[in-house]
Ligand binder design. Structure first.
Ligand code: FAD
Length: 455
C-alpha cells in the first residue's frame, strides 16, 4: 500500500517514478562498510528538470527533506538519507547538446561519468576529471562533491570544467547559473558555491562542461621503492624538475601488499612504495617527457617500468582503481579518509598515517593522488569487531589532527557528508563556520536540502 508521500509524488512524476522508502539500493553508499545505513519515506525518480522542480516544490511546502542522489559511490555518506525523499537523478542522463567544434557539452546530471568521457572521446575530445568509480558515479554527483581523481594533478578537479549549472533551488525554482560561457564575473560566483555543496543548497539538474582536444597518448612510468623516504624523494624530483605529468600517484605499505598480487607483471621483491607518473600529450611531446620522468624516478628505485600499449596502460589504471577493494579485502573492512596536505609535507603525512596506526594497534596504509597532496589514509578492521572499529575511529581523529597540523584539510575530494561533520569546526574558524551556516540558511531557509550533511 502506497504511503501518503508516495501517493503525492506519484501525482507529480507518475507511478513508475516513485519507489517505496524501503528500496535498499537507495539507502547507503560506500560508507556501508563502516556500518552507515539510512532510511527514507520514498524514492523519487524524476525524468526532467521541471519534474525535479515540482518535487522540490511539493517537499518544500510539505516540509519533507530532500536527499539528492547520484550514483551512490560517495565515501562520506552524503547520499545516505535519514528520512525524507531520496531524489535520484538516474533517469536524467541525456546529452542536451554537444558542440565538438567549440569543445562544449551540456548534459543532464544523471549521466554517468564514464559515459560522458566515452561520448566526447568519439569526437576526439577529452573530459579531464576521472574519479575512480566513473562507471557508476554521475556527473551531478561529481559536481556536488567537486570530485578529483588521478589526472586532477594536471587538469584540476571537476569544478574547473563546469561552465554553468542548471539547478533547482528552494522553494522549487529552476534557475541557470552561468551557461555555455568560459568566463563570467557578473555577481558573486554562485556556481562555485554550488559546486561541492553535497546536495545541501539545491539539486543540480544539468551542466555545461568544458572539454579539451584528447591527448594523443598516455605514457605512464611506474617506479618501485623500498620505503617511504625513497618513494617520497622520487615524487619530489618529478615536481622539482618541472615535469608537468598528468597524474602523480602513490601507494604505500599494506596498500601495495594488498593490491600488489594483481599488479600487471608483478611487484619486485622488497618493494613497499610505488609511484605512477603519467606523461600525456602528442606522441613526440609525451615520449620526450617520459624520458625525463624515467630519469627522475630511477634514482633509488628497485625497478622502473614503462607500459606503452594502450591495453597495458588501461590495465594499469584498472588495477589502480581496484586498490581500494583489495585493501578492504585484506581484513574485511576499512576506515578510509581523504585528507590533503601541502605537497611538500606529503612524506610526513604518509609516515604519520603509519605511526597513528601503530599507536592504535591497527594495520594502516595509504595511497592516493600524491601530486595533489591527497592521501587515502586507511585503517583496517575486522567486520563485527566493535572494539577494533572504535580504535579506527580514534585513529581517524588523530589523522585529522595530523593533517591540520601539517597545514592541510580534513577532506580533499570525498567531502564532509555525515562522517566528517564533527571535524569541520576544527578546520574552519568559528566566524567561517557561522558564515557557512548563514549561507545555508539563505539558500535553504527550512533546512530541507540534505539535512545533517556538510555543516
Ligand atoms: C572505487 C572508488 C574510487 C573513487 N575514486 C575517487 C576519486 O578518485 N576522486 C574522488 O573525488 N572521489 C572518488 N570516489 C568517491 C565518489 O566516487 C565521488 O565522490 C563521486 O563524485 C560521487 O558521485 P556519485 O554520483 O556517486 O554521488 P553520490 O554518492 O550519489 O552523492 C554524493 C553527494 O552528492 C550529492 N548529489 C549527488 N547528485 C546530486 C545532484 N544532482 N544535485 C545535488 N547534489 C547531488 C549527494 O546528495 C551527496 O551528498 C571514489 C569512489 C569509489 C567507490
Amino acid at each position: 500500500v502506497a504511503t501518503a508521500i508516495e501517493h503525492e509524488l506519484r501525482s507529480l512524476v507518475g507511478a513508475d517514478g516513485v519507489l517505496p522508502g524501503s528500496a535498499t539500493p537507495y539507502l547507503s553508499d560506500l560508507t556501508e562498510e563502516r556500518g552507515l545505513g539510512g532510511h527514507a519515506d520514498a524514492v523519487v525518480l524524476p525524468r526532467s528538470a521541471d519534474e525535479v522542480a515540482e518535487v522540490v516544490s511539493w517537499c518544500y511546502e510539505a516540509e519533507v527533506p530532500i536527499v539528492p542522489r547520484g550514483g551512490g559511490t560517495g565515501y562520506a555518506g552524503g547520499a545516505v538519507p535519514f528520512g525524507g525523499v531520496v531524489l535520484s537523478l538516474e533517469r536524467m542522463a541525456a546529452v542536451r547538446s554537444f558542440q565538438p567544434l567549440v569543445w562544449r557539452i551540456e548534459v543532464e546530471a544523471g549521466l554517468r561519468t564514464a559515459d560522458l568521457r566515452r561520448i566526447v572521446r568519439e569526437s576526439g575530445l577529452f573530459f579531464a576529471p576521472d574519479p575512480g568509480a566513473a562507471e557508476q558515479s554521475h556527473i551531478g554527483g561529481n559536481i556536488a562533491t567537486n570530485a578529483g581523481g588521478p589526472h586532477a594533478f594536471k587538469y584540476g578537479v571537476t569544478g574547473a570544467w563546469v561552465m554553468g549549472l542548471e539547478v533547482v533551488l528552494a522553494p522549487g525554482e529552476l534557475v541557470r547559473v552561468g551557461g555555455p560561457l568560459r568566463k563570467d564575473v557578473a555577481g558573486y560566483d554562485l556556481k562555485r558555491l554550488l559546486i561541492g555543496s553535497e546536495g545541501t543548497l539545491g539539486v543540480i539538474t544539468a551542466a555545461w562542461l568544458r572539454l579539451l582536444p584528447a591527448p594523443e597518448v598516455f605514457l605512464p612510468v611506474v617506479g618501485f621503492y623500498d620505503g617511504i623516504a625513497a618513494g617520497a624523494a622520487a615524487l619530489e624530483r618529478v615536481v622539482a624538475n618541472g615535469l608537468m605529468v598528468a597524474a602523480l600517484e602513490y601507494l604505500e605499505g599494506s596498500a601495495l601488499a594488498a593490491a600488489g598480487g594483481s599488479f600487471p607483471d608483478g611487484v619486485p621483491e622488497g618493494a613497499s612504495f610505488l609511484v605512477v607518473a603519467e606523461a600525456d600529450g602528442s606522441r613526440d611531446e609525451a615520449v620526450r617527457l617520459r624520458e625525463d620522468v624515467v630519469q627522475a624516478l630511477s634514482e633509488g628505485a628497485l625497478a622502473v617500468r614503462t607500459p606503452e600499449a594502450p591495453a597495458d596502460v588501461a590495465a594499469l589504471w584498472r588495477w589502480r582503481e581496484g586498490v581500494t577493494f583489495a585493501v578492504t579485502a585484506r581484513r574485511g573492512s576499512k576506515v578510509s579518509e581523504d585528507v590533503v596536505v601541502p605537497f611538500d609535507r606529503i612524506a610526513e603525512g604518509i609516515e604519520g598515517t603509519v605511526e597513528i596506526g601503530r599507536r592504535h594497534g591497527l594495520e594502516a596504509c595509504s595511497w592516493g593522488h600524491a601530486g595533489d597532496g591527497n592521501l587515502h589514509s586507511t585503517f583496517l578492521f575486522r567486520p563485527g569487531d566493535p572494539e577494533e572499529f572504535g580504535r579506527c575511529e580514534r585513529a581517524v581523529d588523530d589523522l585529522f589532527e595530523m593533517a591540520l597540523g601539517l597545514g592541510g584539510s580534513i577532506s580533499g575530494e570525498h567531502g564532509v557528508g555525515v562522517l566528517k561533520r564533527a571535524h569541520v569546526a576544527d578546520y574552519l574558524a568559528p566566524s567561517l563556520v557561522s558564515l557557512q551556516a548563514q549561507i545555508k540558511r539563505v539558500f535553504d531557509p527550512k533546512g530541507l536540502f540534505n539535512p545533517g550533511k556538510k555543516l
